[in-house]
Design a protein around this ligand. Structure first.
Ligand code: FAD
Length: 458
């Protein structure tokens, strides 16, 4: 055992420090499918002071540390590298306060998203962040990846939901910016350094979230269209007619939709014919007949004006769930498509169809055995591409093709999952050399020994 581990073993009890066989597989890899690596130790602090004293020691011994939340990240950032200590937030769980007047929630960073959502709901409020990994991902992980999810079009990404935070720097200094107010123009907004920086600048320990009023009515429809351009018109129409109340606008191209309804027994296709693309629209508002009328009248107008060809309005939460299962079915079909390669990119909406057509055409001609499924949070310019590789040797070449096209259309190589380790080499396609140099400068200013999540992002 090295000297640092001996000191940690003297100071920390057996629940807080795991070594040897006590390190189970869950600390070795996140959801990215990266190669698992066993950390040399796992520390599981229960409070900020412990995080601070652990990092102080690691800083002194120049010991690399990887911070771990719920390990659902898809960019490989929480998967350890050789010789790293994993710092898991799994014991820093709990809601400290829900302030009904300020509509805020103060909580520990290791709290699972679903627990926070349920606590907000029990208090009569609403935490609008939602994603498929809600049961396992943590608020600290959501903050560090600036998570998006299904309702960004209305409520913004995690960045918009964070009012304040507390973070521990690499040398153990605690920065407390536990701000609760919406307006606070008092110099640099330090919390922004930690949001979306994937644990490279500090370990986030406590967070203040902004909550929203709980709306009781949710209205959902699955709409089919003969072309993507009409769906874009439909999106603008829905936003205007529903006064900005659209809370999800998810688009699925026919290749995706058909593959899901053909292969998943758990979903029912409500349409009797195939269309070019589909939009799953969700609107949240009060629970009354006026809202129903407004929603249905918006849909009728869209049909009359030719923006959509056919519409199914969910008459029950069961029907709405069926629509969402089609949208979320990707997780269940990945094994059928394997080996796969996933992309989470942003493309300006006006260029999206051109991007899709170019990628489809070039993939077909250069990699005939590959299969492309396309879907995304189109209201946020976020497109997901799931590629069944056919031939595993094509992986790198297909990644190059897609990322080069993203760069050509001035999009982003990561919309919501982050850069981590897996997309690091493509980052210069989305950020300029000056931006990258400034990121490196910031990293060195906050973590001069580069012990926090080294090798991630930059
Ligand atoms: C089924 C599924 C669906 C998903 N859907 C979405 C989606 O719709 N939108 C979306 O954005 N993402 C999605 N994701 C990706 C993932 O859930 C998010 O990135 C999530 O925010 C990660 O949270 P986590 O707690 O699991 O973090 P981890 O995977 O543990 O860590 C992710 C990154 O955050 C850092 N980190 C974690 N906690 C802290 C902390 N307290 N302080 C500092 N750094 C920290 C880690 O070092 C790492 O860099 C999905 C993943 C799955 C498996």
């Amino acid at each position: 055992m090295n000297e640092l581990l001996e000191i940690l073993a003297e100071r920390l009890d057996r629940k807080t420090l795991l070594v040897g066989d006590a390190i189970t597989d869950k600390y070795c890899v996140d959801w990215s499918g990266s190669e698992p690596v066993r950390p040399i130790a796992v520390v599981r602090p229960t409070n900020t002071d412990q995080v601070s004293s652990i990092l102080q020691l690691c800083h002194q011994y120049v010991q690399p540390v990887v911070t771990q939340g719920g390990m659902t990240g898809l960019a490989g950032a929480a998967t350890p590298e050789n010789n790293e200590i994993a710092l898991s937030l799994e014991r820093m769980v709990g809601i400290e306060e829900i302030d009904l007047d300020s509509m805020t929630m103060t909580l520990l960073a290791g709290t699972p998203l679903q627990q926070a959502q349920e606590a907000a709901s029990a208090a009569g409020l609403y935490l609008p962040l939602d994603l498929g990994a809600r049961g396992s991902c943590t608020i600290g992980g959501n903050l560090s990846t600036n998570a998006g999810g299904n309702q960004v079009v209305r409520y913004g990404m995690m960045r918009e939901l964070v009012l304040g935070l507390e973070a521990v720097l690499a040398d153990g200094r605690v920065i407390s910016s536990m701000n609760k107010v919406i307006k606070n123009n008092t110099g640099y907004d330090l919390k922004q350094l930690f949001i979306g920086s994937e644990g490279t600048l500090g370990v986030v320990t406590r967070i203040v979230l902004r909550l929203q009023p709980k709306l009781k009515g949710t209205y959902t429809a699955l709409c089919a269209s003969n072309d993507f351009a009409s769906l874009i018109q439909f999106f603008k129409h829905a936003q205007t007619e529903l006064a900005g109340g659209v809370s999800a606008f998810e688009v699925m191209w026919t290749g995706y939709y058909d593959y899901i309804v053909e292969n998943l027994d758990t979903v029912k296709n409500p349409f009797s014919q195939s269309y070019a693309c589909y939009a799953l629209v969700q609107y949240q508002g009060a629970d009354n007949s006026q809202m129903v009328e407004m929603f249905e009248s918006m849909l009728c107008d869209a049909i009359q004006q030719g923006m959509v060809a056919e519409v199914m309005v969910a008459q029950s939460s069961r029907e709405a769930d069926n629509f969402w299962r089609i949208r979320d079915g990707i997780g269940d079909v990945l094994k059928l498509l394997a080996p796969t390669l996933g992309f989470d990119v942003s493309i300006p909406i006006r260029d999206m169809q051109s991007f899709v057509e170019t990628v489809e055409t070039e993939l077909k001609s250069q990699f005939p055995s590959a299969r492309l499924l396309l879907f995304g949070h189109i209201g946020d310019s976020n497109l997901h591409l799931a590629v069944g590789l056919g031939n595993v040797d094509d992986e790198l070449k297909i990644a190059e093709l897609v990322y080069q096209k993203v760069s050509y259309y001035e999009g982003s190589i990561s919309a919501e999952h982050g850069i981590g380790k897996l997309k690091k080499k493509y980052l210069p396609l989305s950020r300029s050399s000056e931006e990258l140099a400034l990121m490196k400068q910031l990293k060195l200013a906050l973590d001069p020994q580069q012990i926090l999540n080294p090798g991630r992002i930059i």
